[in-house]
Design a protein around this ligand. Sequence first.
Ligand code: UDP
Length: 488
Amino acid sequence: MTSIQEETKPHFVLVPLAAQGHLIPMVDMAHVLAERGLRISLITTPANAARIKPIIDRVHELELPIQFVELAFPGAKFGLPEGCESMELIPRGFFRNFFDAVYFLCEPLELFLKSLQSAPNCMITDMSNAWTGPVARKLGIPRVIFHGPSCFYISAAHNLEVHKVYDHISNSLEFVRVPDFPVEVQVNKMQTPGFFNFPGFEDIRRMILEEESTSDGIVVNTFDELEKPFIEHYERVIAKRVWTIGPTCLCNKENNTKSIRGNKETVDRNEVLTWLDQKDVGSVLYSNFGSAAYSNPFQLIEIASGLEASKRPFILVIKKKEIVPEVEKWLSEGFEERVKDRGLLLTGWAPQMVILSHPAVGGFMTHCGWNSILEAVSMGVPMITWPHFTDQFLNEKLVVDVLKIGISIGVKMPDLGNDVVMVNRRDVETAALALMDGGNEGRERRDRARDLADKAKKAVEEQGSSWKNMADMISYFVGHGRNNEEKK
Ligand code: UDP
């Protein structure tokens, strides 16, 4: 129940895509907007609400005016197993069924919005949730698109789309230049297919692009000092307002809040902190590939062996799904014993923000998900980049070639989930040594990473670039900014 005082606050409705990498930044965004004086309704579904229960409890503890609205998820209607309400839980072959179920949420969303005493000031909806467009139009609610990845990626993908670059290639491995882009970048369709550019999704893809073009603006979790040329470029090519308001992860100030992002924490935070406290500043390499990328058993053994060979302290996060009998056997046959003084194996969902913000952590081997990159940037941690799919190959280019705060592990092909070893132990070892030491180059890389972390913190502080952008976005929908512009 919201109090009368809260009822009078401006109201934004947030509609994240049910996937950890999309939900986490939107929950953080809700947190920031609520701290800036708004009332928030965050749309979710019952199984997702159960998964993020610790976050919901924390929001109540902090007395933030955020309401989590559960819409019944029609998974069974589309043949999905019970509880399969988030993207990383979808069984192989059920991707389309999942999106069909998600797109069916338009009816319960409309009912919820109609039940409100007054229409919300604005809806912020994940770019993949194009189904919210017709609902917003029907009820006359302004709608902003939330883009999860970097502006570097979004604007490159936009240009590839608009210039129909992939219509002229003979095979998906052929490299092409991203047209009309601030820097020279070569991509291929295999690495960077673009938004939902795969068979069976043509209708959803069309709708997503249409709904982006008719939206009232775009909000992106990034900050001006990180990628200004690409933010300005995107603003120009999309011809809309683009509000950059990140890094939103910095709203999580204490370890308590940092550790309960996304999934329920399955790793004991205190055990990790005690282990890290015993290590030298900047000495630990942390390896984690986000919520959706998986390593097959052969690849996992190569990663673990490479980290072992580097002789550096490390934390290796392994997903529960990756612990298959071969891996379990291999780990117990000497590996765990050999690295016990300097390697920490974590199984399940790790408190990533807590780990990255610990002074002992000096490097991050990442799959280049945008949230992971922003978290590393915010904490001043340089990276080994190992992209797996979607936006990750372009995010890698931003980190390595433009920002120069990372080293590429060298993968050129997306990980399609086959039992292939993409990177061998020697390459993992070489990259680990180069990142954690690397002589002058390594020192300069670490200095640049620290400098960006300072800029990230300043961006979200009062009067910082992201702080101002958020103020501008709020006044555009709450004040008279939008109405005045429409009259012009
Ligand atoms: N994450 C986490 N613990 C884990 C794995 C992931 O807290 O063990 C969080 C991570 O901090 C980030 C998000 O999950 O906020 C992953 O988002 P990202 O964009 O990096 O990758 P995705 O999961 O979307 O591929």
